[in-house]
Ligand binder design. Structure first.
Ligand code: AMP
Length: 411
C-alpha cells in the first residue's frame, strides 16, 4: 500500500518522500485511517515501528493550518523521547505552517514560555514541566483536540500517571485520544477507560516478541570475568555502533570509565547526568563522535538511534519487558542487528523470566578464544544450548561468527 492511498495531503506526502519513506509501516497502515476518521486508538506496537508518524501524520493533516493556540498535545515519559518526537514531528510538518514545540524539565522556563506566546499548534511535553507551566498559567490546553499518550507503560513505571491525569483534566472532554504502550497493565487499562472513548486497538504482531530482525544470544560468564568478557566482545565482533545497557546509574558510569580506559570513544546517558550532558552524549553518538553509548533503561527507552549494529546487555534487565525494549534499539525499521546479553550464574532466574515473557529460549554461546574460568552459568548454558542459527558472517557458536580478524571494526 502506498502512502498516497492513506488520505494525506500533498505537503505531508512531500515530507514523507523527503524522509525517504517508500511505504507505510504496518502500524501506519492500520492506525492512520482510524485517527483520520476521528477514532480513539490504542497502539500496542514496539518502538521502532514508525509510531510517531502513525499519529503525527494524521494529526498534522487534521490540524490543517497554523493557529495561535495548542490544539495537539503529545505526552512523553522522558526528555530524550520528547526531544526526539518533537524533531520527528517538525520534519513531518516541514511543508506546512504547523508549529511544534517541546517542553521538558532541567532547562530554563523562559524559552518555553516565549514559544507559547509566539503561538504553537503541537506541544510535545514531559508531564512534570508541563504541569509547572499549567500551574503558572503560561499556557492553556482548553483548545486541545488531539491528545497522544506515548509510551504509557513507561509513564506508569516512572510514576507519572497522577500527573498525566491532572494534565488531561486541563484538556476538553471532546477530543481525540491515542495511546501507545508496549504492554497494557491494569493501571493503563484504568487510564484507557477514564480517558478514551470507544478506542480501537491496533496491535502489531506479537506484542511481546522482539523484532524478527534482531538476533540475540547469551554469553554466560563468571562474575570475576564480566568486564574482561565485555572488552573481549568489543574486540572481536564486527560492530559499527553499540549501546551497552546497565541496570544502575553507578554501574553505567563504571562501564563508561572502563571503556575510556581501554581507548573506546564512549559516552553515558542516565538520569543523574544533566540535560546538557545527556544531549551531548546522544548527539555525539548519533553523529559518530562516540562509538559506544552506555545507558540505563529509563534514559534509553524509545530513543530513535538509527543503525545501531549491536546492543550489549552488560547487566541482565530487571524487568523482562525491558529486554524487549533494549534489544529494540537494534534491528529497527527492518535493518538487522545483534543483541548480546552477558549472564552470570545469579542472573539465571532473570533470564528464565525473560524467556518466559518472550516465549522463546535465547541461545547460549561462548566467545571464541576467551579464557573462561569455571562458573555454574556456563554449565547452565551448555545444557540449554540450542541448534545454532544463521547470523551475519557465520553461525553463532560455530566459530565462523567471529571469523573476522580480532579488533577489526567497521564504522
Ligand atoms: P518510531 O517508531 O516512530 O520511533 O520510528 C522508528 C524509525 O522508523 C524512525 O527513524 C522513523 O524515521 C522511521 N520510519 C517511520 N516510518 C517509516 C516508514 N514508513 N518507512 C521507513 N522508515 C520509517
Amino acid at each position: 500500500m502506498p502512502f498516497t492511498k492513506l488520505g494525506l495531503g500533498p505537503a505531508l506526502l512531500d515530507a514523507v518522500r523527503e524522509l525517504g519513506y517508500t511505504e507505510p509501516t504496518p502500524i501506519q497502515i492500520q492506525s492512520m485511517p482510524l485517527i483520520l476518521a476521528g477514532r480513539d486508538v490504542i497502539g500496542s506496537a514496539q518502538t521502532g515501528t514508525g509510531k510517531t508518524a502513525a499519529f503525527g501524520l494524521p494529526i498534522i493533516q487534521m490540524l490543517g493550518v497554523h493557529q495561535k493556540t495548542p490544539r495537539a498535545l503529545v505526552l512523553e515519559p522522558t526528555r530524550e523521547l520528547a526531544i526526539q518526537t518533537d524533531e520527528s514531528l517538525r520534519k513531518l510538518a516541514r511543508f506546512t505552517n504547523i508549529r511544534v514545540t517541546v517542553v521538558y524539565g532541567g532547562v530554563g522556563y523562559q524559552k518555553q514560555r516565549d514559544d507559547f506566546r509566539d503561538g504553537v499548534d503541537i506541544v510535545v511535553a514531559t508531564p512534570g514541566r508541563l504541569l509547572d507551566h499549567l500551574r503558572q498559567h503560561a499556557l492553556k490546553l482548553d483548545k486541545v483536540q488531539h491528545l497522544v499518550l506515548d509510551e504509557a507503560d513507561r509513564m506508569l513505571d516512572m510514576g507519572f500517571l497522577p500527573d498525566v491525569k491532572r494534565i488531561i483534566e486541563h484538556c476538553p472532554r471532546r477530543r481525540h485520544t491515542s495511546l501507545f504502550s508496549a504492554t497494557i497493565p491494569p493501571e493503563i487499562d484504568g487510564l484507557i477507560r477514564w480517558a478514551m472513548h470507544e478506542p480501537q486497538t491496533v496491535e502489531i504482531g506479537e506484542r511481546r516478541m522482539p523484532a524478527e530482525t534482531v538476533r540475540h544470544v547469551i554469553y554466560p560468564v563468571a562474575q570475576s570475568q564480566k568486564t574482561q568478557l565485555l572488552l573481549a566482545l568489543l574486540e572481536q565482533i564486527h560492530w559499527e555502533s553499540v549501546i551497552i545497557f546497565c541496570r544502575t546509574r553507578r554501574g553505567a558510569d563504571k562501564v563508561e570509565r572502563l571503556l575510556k580506559q581501554n581507548h573506546h570513544k564512549a559516552a553515558v546517558i542516565h538520569s543523574d547526568r544533566s540535560q546538557k550532558e545527556r544531549q551531548q552524549a546522544l548527539e555525539g553518538f548519533k553523529a559518530g563522535r562516540f562509538e559506544v553509548l552506555v545507558a540505563t533503561d529509563i534514559a534509553a527507552r524509545g530513543l530513535d538511534i538509527a543503525d545501531v549494529s549491536h546492543v550489549i546487555n552488560y547487566d541482565v534487565p530487571e524487568h523482562p519487558e525491558d529486554y524487549v525494549h533494549r534489544i529494540g534499539r537494534t534491528g529497527r525499521a527492518k535493518a538487522s542487528g545483534d543483541a548480546f546479553t552477558i549472564m552470570m550464574t545469579e542472573d539465571a532466574p532473570r533470564v528464565a523470566g525473560i524467556e518466559k515473557f518472550i516465549k522463546q529460549r535465547i541461545e547460549r554461546t561462548k566467545l571464541e578464544g576467551f579464557n573462561y574460568e569455571y562458573a555454574l552459568a556456563l554449565d547452565q548454558g551448555r545444557k540449554a544450548s540450542l541448534p545454532t542459527g544463521r547470523v551475519r558472517g557465520g553461525r553463532v557458536g560455530s566459530g565462523g561468527y567471529f571469523a573476522a580478524p580480532a579488533g577489526r571494526r567497521r564504522r
